[in-house]
Design a protein around this ligand. Structure first.
Ligand code: GLC
Length: 560
């Protein structure tokens, strides 16, 4: 099937699909807004704050999982894929939230977690109760252990959250039994995706949400569902990162067999009216390999993690942007851009870390190279203003429009990420980017709810970051984002292209997209804007500009 591309020839009247140029805002439901006051955000809370998203000007929202779950991995451990966890409300609340988004022209994407379920999923409970070799066990990856009495795991794979990727079962008579695979927590058993029953179940899950009117899915661990034949031992490359990344030929990441699944899902989505989207969370390098996930008959977009992992550095940014445009363009997919999500250190802190911190391991009070808040915010604003001028899809994470930093000083007893527990506190994990949002200054829980309960404690100095404190205020981070999104839409930057501006100093990066020229200064020192550029009107600036000087760590958009 051929799809219209963003760069379709003049005269082509087919409108490009909305997702090719969309700004998609990630809502982390636990931490967005809490209507019932139990300390965990909910769907009614999201609906009640929909105006804020309309004001911000996003095209779509992606909701992290809200399905029934014991919440061992914040909902990425699903008990029932066709339900809403009472913690977040009811299916009626979901429908109301969806309707309220759609009324405002905001699309809604839900998170789908197909690599593994919770160990409380009825299939896993049945599997444990059934005998080895049974069809019930065949929906997951159960294997005999190694060693004389099967006392060793079937292979040497490690869980992404630390520790072994296998847990041994206990037989009904109390003797030790088979082992099951879990690439993540031991409460998240991996499905066996070679089993047709698993495939059929997920087609049903897609249809369930599509029938309710969702506009698409963000697919969790979309590079993990198929494991290499025979489950061979594998020792990760220390540079690869726990989700894969630079590592090549990993027996559990990026196996060829995953593509067949997405071709199948593509067909399911195509049965529905309108442009529905599949967005892949696939930590695959290089980008040319990741682009396989978004070939015309597979998924529609993939998160650009190589971009997220790039420092605020002109020399590093240009090649990754070139590579992204080329790799995605080669398969007819839009490039995407992202700087933050619920798994990484918020970019307002990450970009100011002075020492290397392994991706996804989080930062805490004892981490080396503590970020400097002012520098971090300045850089984050520059990096966001730069990203939002790029053509393609842009993903934002809730709170980045407020300039929120990572919360580093969470008390140990407040931490909830399984990574923290599985590594005995060696890795801080991801709680620091998941703290509930501040809405109003000087109020209970900053308006997250009215009871003051909060599943992770909010810092005491967040008044100035709150939305109400920034709304309509010139120079605030919220105003920067709102203006950028409004210009991006009005000038159609999402469907544009990148033409580099040459002969800039090493620490400067500049490009033209349609009617704007974007200049980013990645040095910490000022840059004198040359006369021919200095006379152009400034449409957007990530910081205050005086005269013809572009300060360090700043981005401006000029009218070309
Ligand atoms: C993805 C999610 C992450 C989750 C993991 C296991 O990487 O983004 O939050 O812990 O998958 O489902």
């Amino acid at each position: 099937m051929t799809q219209p591309t963003a760069f379709s020839a003049a005269g082509d009247t087919t409108a490009p699909e909305w997702w090719r140029s969309a700004v998609i805002y990630q809502i982390y439901p636990r931490s967005f807004a809490d209507a019932n006051g139990d300390g965990v955000g909910d769907l009614a809370g999201i609906a009640s704050r929909m105006d804020a998203l309309e004001n911000l000007g996003v095209d779509a929202v992606w909701l992290s999982p809200f399905m029934r779950s014991p919440q061992k991995d914040a909902g990425y451990d699903v008990t029932d894929y066709k339900s809403v966890d009472p913690l977040f409300g009811t299916l009626d609340d979901f429908d109301a939230m969806l309707a309220s988004a759609h009324q405002r022209g905001i699309k809604v994407i839900v998170d789908l977690v197909p690599n593994h379920s919770s160990d409380t999923h009825e299939w896993f409970i049945e599997a444990l109760a059934a005998a080895p070799g049974s069809s019930e066990r065949g929906r997951y990856l159960f294997r005999d252990g190694k060693g004389e009495n099967g006392e060793l795991p079937p292979n040497n794979w490690e869980s992404v959250f630390g520790g072994p990727a296998w847990t041994r079962t206990t037989n009904p008579d109390g003797t030790p039994g088979e082992w099951f695979l879990h690439l993540f927590d031991s409460t998240q058993p991996d499905f066996d995706w070679t089993n047709p029953e698993v495939r059929e179940m997920f087609r049903g899950v897609l249809r369930f949400w599509l029938d309710r009117g969702v506009d698409g899915f963000r697919v969790d661990v979309a590079h993990g569902m198929i494991k290499a034949e025979g489950l061979p031992d594998y020792t990760p490359n220390p540079g690869g990162g726990s989700m894969g990344g630079d590592d090549f030929e990993v027996p559990y990441w990026g196996q060829e067999g995953v593509h067949e699944i997405y071709r199948d899902w593509h067909k399911v989505l195509a049965e529905y009216e309108g442009d529905r989207v599949l967005a892949a969370e696939a930590w695959i390098n290089p980008l040319s390999k990741m682009a396989k996930w978004v070939r015309p008959d597979e998924m529609h977009q993939a998160f650009n993690f190589p971009y997220l992992e790039t420092a605020w550095d002109a020399q590093a940014l240009r090649p990754v942007i070139d590579e992204s445009l080329e790799a995605f363009g080669a398969v007819g997919a839009p490039a995407t851009w992202v700087l933050s999500n619920h798994d990484v250190v918020r970019h307002a802190s990450r970009l100011a870390l002075t020492a290397e911190n392994p991706q996804g391991h989080g930062i805490g009070p004892k981490s080396p190279g503590q970020p400097m808040r002012e520098v971090g915010l300045q850089r984050a604003r520059a990096a966001s203003a730069f990203m939002l001028a790029l053509p393609g899809g842009a993903y934002m994470y809730q709170g980045e429009e407020l300039g929120l930093p990572e919360v580093i000083n969470l008390p140990d007893e407040a931490r909830q990420d399984p990574t923290w527990f599985r590594t005995n506190g060696e890795r801080y994990g991801r709680d620091g980017c998941r703290v509930p949002l501040p809405w109003e200054p000087g109020t209970t829980a900053y308006g997250f709810n009215t009871t003051g309960e909060s599943w992770l404690p909010q810092p005491e100095d967040w008044d100035d970051y709150s939305r109400a404190a920034q709304q309509g205020v010139a120079g605030s981070t919220l105003t920067l984002y709102t203006t950028a999104l409004e210009l991006r839409k009005r000038l159609d930057l999402g469907l544009g292209s990148v033409t580099w501006i040459e002969n800039l100093p090493e620490t400067m990066i500049g490009f033209r997209n349609g009617d704007i020229i974007v200049l980013g200064n990645t040095a910490t020192t000022d840059w004198e804007i040359p006369a021919e550029l200095a006379e152009l009107p400034v449409l957007l600036a990530s910081t205050t500009i005086a005269g013809n000087t572009l300060p360090g760590d700043a981005t401006i958009w000029l009218q070309a």
